[in-house]
Design a protein around this ligand. Structure first.
Ligand code: FES
Ligand SMILES: [Fe+2]
Length: 390
């Protein structure tokens, strides 16, 4: 993020703190509860957002070297991603061209060859079929036509994008609209993968995402965890067509503001959270980013899987002492999401499932949720959420 932008956003937070104000969307919105519980809606979302929309599968640091690979199984289709000998990021259906068995089961590693466990057909990092055992018995396989099925894949601003359809198109600038310059500025392409976690929880994927959308809850739900570190009910918000950026405010800002403006910086005193529509949040700390990718469960509407990944600034990632604090902060942050946000929001799921509470409310101080849900509606061809008076 450019320096003058950092100063502008920090001054905005300070103004909110001093004036006791927060963002104000001007209206409250009525959020129908059945969007979290309807099987028809879940089927529509799956088609539109997870089977026909570019998917963010990881960061450049997930494929750190030529020959690195990564597998994903997040939307019902198994993916094998590689960085070839040429350094190029590619993505394939993780399915052997003989009888479809996954050619790689490990989540990540480094390999020059992928050997199918069934009959040992062998593929290169570039997806070429390079070996068929007992070919004289099997038959005359034209290897040039039997490489792994390749999917559109683009690496941009440190982000790995894959289109779930073979003939899909990825316009990375459009997908990452608004986020690219900041990601570039943070040097995300050099961030180092340091681990992660998986939370399989009883709440719709959008309820999981909604928990990231406001700081109104910090002084209540996170009273003993995040609230001592963050100012609640204060935040910045900028949006583009589908994506947006929230700026959370930490208590480090109280000391920062006493120092000369030339020493101010946004990471630390504030905490940018970038939303990549429809299901990814990048939570940016001083030396780390916590990426949260949320997916609907394969069959249960009221269940979702959050894939949490931690990445560290290369400046600290390779130093034992320096990486301890950000790595610990990332782990703690993840646990708070799981144990506090997702537990609370699984209560919202029960209410939605009851069929008796027909709606929830997004407040004037929750403009991020307004933007997210109205973008969601627009992408599904639905009207915006209804404004309400009370
Ligand atoms: S299914 Fe892969 S070698 Fe037979
Ligand atoms: Fe929270």
């Amino acid at each position: 993020m450019k320096r003058d932008e950092q100063i502008r956003l920090l001054k905005h937070l300070i103004h909110q703190l001093d004036s006791g104000t927060n963002l104000d969307a001007g209206v409250m919105l009525r959020a129908p509860a059945d969007v979290y519980a309807s099987p028809q809606r879940a089927a529509l979302e799956r088609e539109r957002f997870f089977r026909d929309y570019p998917q963010m599968i990881g960061m450049s640091g997930d494929l750190p070297e030529n020959g690195s690979f990564l597998t994903r199984d997040d939307w019902g289709v198994k993916i094998l991603a590689t960085r070839g000998k040429d350094g190029q990021f590619r993505a394939f259906l993780n399915a052997c061209r003989h009888r479809g068995v996954a050619v790689e089961d490990q989540v990540r590693g480094k390999k020059a060859r992928f050997v199918c466990p069934f009959h040992a057909w062998t593929y290169s990092s570039e997806g070429d079929l390079v070996g068929v055992p007992k070919a004289d018995h099997f038959g005359d396989v034209d290897k040039s036509c039997r490489g792994l099925i390749e999917l559109p894949a683009v690496e941009k601003y440190g982000v790995l994008l894959v289109h779930p359809q073979r003939d899909g198109r990825i316009d990375a600038e459009s997908v990452l609209e608004g986020l690219g310059p900041d990601f570039d500025n943070w040097g995300f392409q050099d961030y180092v993968h340091m681990g992660g976690d998986v939370y399989d929880m009883p709440l719709n994927w959008k309820l999981a995402i909604d928990t990231f959308g406001e700081t109104y809850h910090f002084s209540s739900l996170h009273r003993n965890t995040l609230f001592p570190v963050f100012h609640g009910n204060v935040q910045g918000f900028d949006h583009w067509q589908r994506n947006h950026r929230m700026i959370l405010c930490t208590r480090e800002i109280d000391a920062m503001r006493l120092r000369p403006e030339s020493e101010w910086k946004i990471r630390g005193p504030a905490f940018p959270v970038y939303w990549l529509f429809p299901n990814v949040m990048f939570n940016v700390g001083e030396h780390m980013v916590i990426v949260v990718r949320v997916y609907p469960h394969a069959t249960e509407v009221g269940r979702s899987v959050s894939q949490i990944s931690f990445y560290l600034d290369p400046e600290v990632a390779h130093t034992d002492d320096a990486r301890l604090a950000p790595a610990e902060a990332a782990r703690t942050f993840g646990q708070i999401i799981r144990d506090e946000d997702y537990v609370a929001a699984s209560g919202s799921q029960r209410a939605a499932d009851s069929g008796m509470q027909d709606s929830f409310v997004f407040g004037r101080n929750e403009p991020t949720l307004h933007h997210y849900h109205n973008t969601y509606n627009r992408e599904l061809g639905l009207p915006p959420l209804e404004a309400i008076d009370g």
